[in-house]
Design a protein around this ligand. Structure first.
Ligand code: HEM
Length: 146
């Protein structure tokens, strides 16, 4: 993947605004609410079936942070995303048995959380750079499935 200087600057700009714990929590809340079948992978987290229980759930909070920490590494190593996500891809494929379609859903809600956070600063060109970033992430996470 080739990144232009403008795309890199856009991703840096957007990603600097991210609060890994707070925004990670919002991402999982939207994932579980909008795509309820994703809840079933998280049986050990207790009740994640509605906004109130999701927001009050400390396991969800801790997990949201872990997910965004992995994406944080990717955002800081744009030329190396495949390597950074290599082990996670294998874990999700072979141990957790996550349907990889769900990576797209998670990335979709991430983009929405970022758009809400940035408002008008989420310009079309920044949006485009973020979409490219999440497309590369989804592709890298899909690698362990082959
Ligand atoms: C665990 C990242 C998407 C389900 C994890 C962990 C990370 C992570 C860092 C912790 C791994 C460890 O402790 O070794 C990501 C990233 C994603 C993603 C970066 C996409 C951008 C998903 C999706 C699902 C999912 C879409 C399901 C719908 C799980 C489950 C665990 C896990 C069930 C284990 C949780 C536990 O029991 O602690 N993920 N994940 N992940 N992930 Fe993901």
């Amino acid at each position: 993947v080739h990144w232009t200087a403008e795309e890199k600057a856009s991703i840096t700009y957007v990603w600097e605004k991210v609060d890994l714990e707070h925004d990670g929590h919002h991402v999982l809340c939207r994932l579980f609410t909008t795509y309820p079948w994703t809840q079933r992978y998280f049986g050990s987290f207790g009740n994640v079936s509605n906004e109130t229980t999701i927001y009050g759930n400390s396991k969800v909070k801790a997990h949201g942070k872990k997910v965004l920490e992995a994406l944080d590494k990717a955002a800081h190593n744009l030329d190396d995303i495949k390597t950074i996500l290599h082990d996670l891809s294998h874990t999700h494929a072979n141990e957790l048995h996550i349907d990889p379609e769900n990576f797209k859903r998670l990335c979709e809600v991430l983009v929405i959380v970022l758009a809400i956070k940035l408002g008008s600063a989420f310009t079309p060109s920044r949006h485009a750079a973020v979409e490219k970033f999440v497309a590369v992430v989804v592709h890298a996470l899909g690698h362990g499935y082959f």
